[in-house]
Design a protein around this ligand. Structure first.
Ligand code: ASP
Ligand code: MG
Length: 421
């Protein structure tokens, strides 16, 4: 069997759903499980809706709600001419679920509310995709990922209970796969009390890996709007190159440093089971894309990863004492408490410096708390460049008109936190 994952960009309009159907039609006699993300920018919109709801901004909330609803209704009208098709009710029912939550003032914690509301994006898209496949005579079945992916209750970044998840998946899905193409949601799971959780932004790739690992899939394909894994994001570089083959290790390293082509948690479970991961274009079906698998060769070209909007936070003991292990554990706990992922870190005798993505509120809170015990300095508007398989030329290339603030280097990877000259 194999697993396909279709991201939001692949199903951002009716044409996208039709294109997905065309792809799936080529595999309709095989055992296939399809994981889909929310359509287009739905997750961002539901996120904005949740924020507005939580902050009591009713007008903003209503307007986001109407936009998400209108977007899905328009898509339905384009895909299903028959207005009495049951999908119209199914979709409406998901909006009723949002109605139920937002008709009362927000009482619960933000992270919890977020997961209950934002998860609806994936429920909607998977329903619509599955209904459309069926309308095109493809034998398919919708399954609720929350019955299979079991997590803890760390809302917004839920941790998967692998044992329970694998058991549930193996219990039922192999039989169903014999008769149906299964369509499910990426990004979502549920707690032991049946509350919906999410696995972190862009987590649908990870969901695909969880299903694939539990079902011992032959391979996983992530269908994307790029030809495969490139050596740099075309947003930053004019000349990018497609990497046809990538080792698991290089893929893990690249995604860890922020190459956003694949969610970083995706690769490890596949590597553990030796399941190859293909990254292919849903636009150019002839293009072979990238295959990630066991591979002894290193990357054929240096790869560049850019992260903008970085803040450098330097933490110094107030009494000029050394930074020691006790300090580290306290500091790391604070970063974890405020859900700030450290992108780069460096310590010297008297200070500890980290670079993180700028999140206004969390960083303000973190700094406030750090300041009780340390002197804290910070610098905004920095860029973090990581070069895998660097050489002097590639370093020079990214440093044009830039100044280095912090640099780390091992045999394969060079990280530089830089700012405009
Ligand atoms: N829809 C979710 C997001 O946009 C999950 C995903 O796309 O993978 O973050
Ligand atoms: Mg996405």
């Amino acid at each position: 069997m194999q697993v396909f994952k279709f991201g939001g960009a692949s199903v951002c309009n009716a044409e996208g759903v039709k294109n997905l159907t065309k792809i799936v039609d080529n595999y309709k006699n095989e055992e296939l499980l399809i994981v889909v993300s929310a359509m287009g920018k739905t997750t961002n919109a539901l996120e904005a809706l949740t924020k507005a709801y939580f902050n009591g901004k009713t007008e903003e909330m209503r307007s986001q709600y109407q936009q998400v609803k209108a977007f899905h209704e328009q898509l339905l009208n384009q895909l299903f001419e028959d207005r009495s098709h049951p999908i119209y009710d199914d979709v409406n029912n998901f909006f009723v679920e949002i109605d139920w939550i937002i008709e009362e003032d927000a009482q619960d914690a933000y992270d919890y509310l977020y997961d209950q509301i934002v998860s609806i994006g994936e429920l909607l898209s998977s329903r619509i995709v599955e209904a459309y496949l069926r309308s095109q005579k493809i034998s398919s079945m919708w399954i609720d990922a929350r019955n299979y992916i079991h997590t803890d209750n760390n809302y917004q970044e839920a941790k998967v209970d692998w044992d329970k998840t694998t058991e549930r998946i193996q219990e039922r899905l192999p039989t169903l796969l014999k008769d149906y193409i299964l369509v499910t949601q990426g990004f979502i799971g549920s707690t032991s009390e049946n509350f919906t959780t999410t696995l972190g932004r862009d987590g649908s790739d990870y969901s695909a890996a969880i299903f694939a690992s539990s079902l011992q899939a032959e391979h996983v394909t992530i269908w994307k709007d790029v030809p495969g894994v490139l050596n740099a994001d075309p947003k930053w570089f004019d000349h990018t190159e497609l990497i046809p083959e990538l080792s698991y290790l290089d893929a893990i390293e690249l995604t860890y440093y922020g190459a956003n082509v694949i969610h970083p948690k995706t690769i490890k479970p596949l590597q553990n089971k030796g399941i190859p991961l293909h990254v292919r274009s849903f636009i150019d079906l002839q293009s072979p894309g990238t295959c990630i698998r066991v591979n002894k060769h290193t990357l054929p070209v240096p790869s560049f990863i850019f992260k903008v909007n970085q803040v450098l936070i330097s933490i110094l003991p107030k009494d000029f004492s050394f930074i020691v292990e006790d300090n580290f554990s306290h500091i790391f706990n604070l970063f974890s408490k405020y859900k700030l992922k450290i992108n780069m870190m460096h310590n010297s005798a008297l200070s500890f410096s980290v670079s993180v993505d700028y999140h206004e509120n969390n960083i303000a809170e973190l700094i406030k708390e750090l300041k009780r015990q340390y002197d804290v300095e910070f610098q905004r508007n920095l860029e973090l460049v990581t070069i895998r398989y660097y050489n002097p030329e590639t370093i020079a290339r990214v440093l044009v008109n830039k100044k280095i603030i912090m640099q780390l280097q091992d045999s394969y990877t060079c990280q530089m936190l830089i700012k405009d000259n």
